[in-house]
Write a protein that binds this ligand. Structure first.
Ligand code: ZN
Length: 458
């Protein structure tokens, strides 16, 4: 009898211990606000004992639509103790749940711990179901584009859309409301110097569910052959350049002079160009510029010059120069090329003391290698206003101004913006509030075969 009671007590204690040692699962649903046609959802699960079951479903109008059901072998007594946290990705949306309707729904994930107690844990998220397709029509203008330059296109997105702009190969450009045309938007976009001449720009509109519509527009590209230049960097110059950018030898410590130069000319150049590109978000949604941009000094280097860096007769590097080098006499003031607002006024690696001025709608001008900066971030500047003095800070062999321009973070050839007629013709005529915008192209949604429709034009 005693033995039986003893056994029961031992068993009860063992079960209580197993129960106490069982754990819960931490369940997290990655932020997903919108479910579309086929939206991937990621869930992270964390339980040292693992899960014996995972279920996910959508709830809408009192109905439950299953999305995922995963069952593994049960371990109630000899469970695992060091299961790693894991992530599960599954699809939610109209493809999987044909009865899903536009509107609100709830995404629920429920798990069962793989141990004695088998705790049930869940997480849920309110989601918005967006199924209406976006549509987009481009304008009917004739768009003449210089490779390395930019162009403006107007377009009309409709249906359900949350993001719209222009795509040119791997590059994407934002859009802004078109002044005077409440239903239309426009993008200033570049045809970047590094794209092949057969890339077709397109406007796009995308809804929150990830469905996208695109439309082509009439354009003609003028391909450009960019100059190739040898750029000799012998020891004295290399030493000067390296020590100007990195006087305390902190960028590539312990490396020889050539390695330090290659780091600055390559890695640091890429980092600085990314810093410039990121300034695109600091823009005003209005025209700040006024007429053509100022041009001064002598052109020593051009936009998109391909430079072969020669050291003791050997090519050690190749980089593309994305602005103009304008040289003048010493102590030349650096003037704002147009009206705008200062968004950068500090050192920027290879560009040395650098100023970036925003001119609105993602258009910005860049001034590098200054000896002295007289403005600060936030200052409004007027065309011709002195902002500093030319110098040779950063990666500069002699005193000159590095002048560049960028459109939504992509550096373009400033020459177009020095030309009053080009600005009037390509940009201002379309941004006038009473501008007549011809509508031409048809729309194509992602669900259709791309390019199958013929556009018609005026
Ligand atoms: Zn330069």
């Amino acid at each position: 009898m005693k033995v039986i009671i003893g056994s029961v007590v031992v068993l009860a204690l063992a079960l209580a211990a197993l129960f106490a040692m069982s754990t819960h699962t931490e369940v997290n649903v990655s932020p997903v606000a919108t479910i579309g046609v086929a939206t991937p959802v990621t869930v992270s699960l964390n339980n040292p004992h693992g899960e014996r079951a995972v279920e996910a479903w959508l709830e809408q109008d009192g109905k439950r639509f299953p999305l995922l059901e995963e069952k593994g072998p049960s371990h109630r007594l000899f469970w695992k103790r060091h299961e790693a946290a894991r992530r599960l990705t599954f699809e939610a949306g109209k493809n999987k749940v044909p009865d899903l309707k536009e509107g609100k729904a709830r995404l629920v994930v429920e798990t069962t711990s793989n141990d004695f107690r088998g705790s049930s844990d869940s997480a849920s998220a309110d989601v918005n179901v967006v199924l209406t397709a976006p549509r987009v029509f481009a304008d009917g203008f004739q768009h003449y584009i210089n490779q390395g330059g930019m162009e403006l296109v107007a377009f009309t997105p409709s249906g359900s859309w949350s993001e719209a702009g222009v795509r040119v190969g791997k590059y994407t450009f934002r859009s802004f409301p078109l002044p005077g045309h409440s239903d239309q938007r426009f993008s200033m976009f570049a045809y970047p110097w590094d794209l092949a001449a057969d890339v077709v720009p397109e406007v796009y509109a995308r809804n929150e569910g990830g469905t996208e519509a695109t439309a082509k527009f009439w354009f003609k590209l003028f391909p450009k052959k960019f100059r190739a230049r040898d750029f000799p960097v012998e020891d004295a110059l290399m030493e000067k350049l390296v020590n100007s950018v990195d006087p305390n030898n902190t960028l590539a410590p312990g490396k020889d002079l050539v390695s330090r130069f290659l780091f600055i000319n390559g890695d640091l150049r890429r980092k600085n160009n990314q810093e410039l590109a990121d300034l695109r978000l600091k823009t005003e949604e209005k025209i700040l510029w006024n007429g053509p941009f100022l041009h001064w000094g002598k052109e020593e280097a051009n936009y998109a010059d391909v430079r072969a860096y020669m050291y003791h007769g050997q090519k050690i590097d190749e980089q593309v120069h994305l602005g103009f080098d304008l040289s003048d006499t010493q102590n030349t003031p650096v003037k704002a090329a147009n009206d705008g607002k200062v968004v950068w006024a500090a050192d920027m690696g290879i560009y040395g003391n650098c100023i970036v001025v925003d001119h609105g709608y993602g258009l910005q001008s860049i001034y590098g290698h200054l000896r002295e900066i007289d403005v600060k971030v936030g200052d409004a500047v007027q065309k011709g206003q002195k902002m500093g003095i030319e110098g040779q800070t950063g990666l500069a062999g002699g005193t000159h101004l590095h002048f560049g321009m960028q459109v939504d973070g992509v550096q373009v050839n400033p020459r177009e913006w020095w030309d009053e007629h080009w600005i009037q013709d390509r940009v201002m005529s379309k941004l006038a509030p009473d501008a007549k915008i011809p509508v031409a192209s048809t729309t194509e949604t992602a669900a259709e075969t791309p390019h199958k429709k013929k556009r018609h034009q005026k």
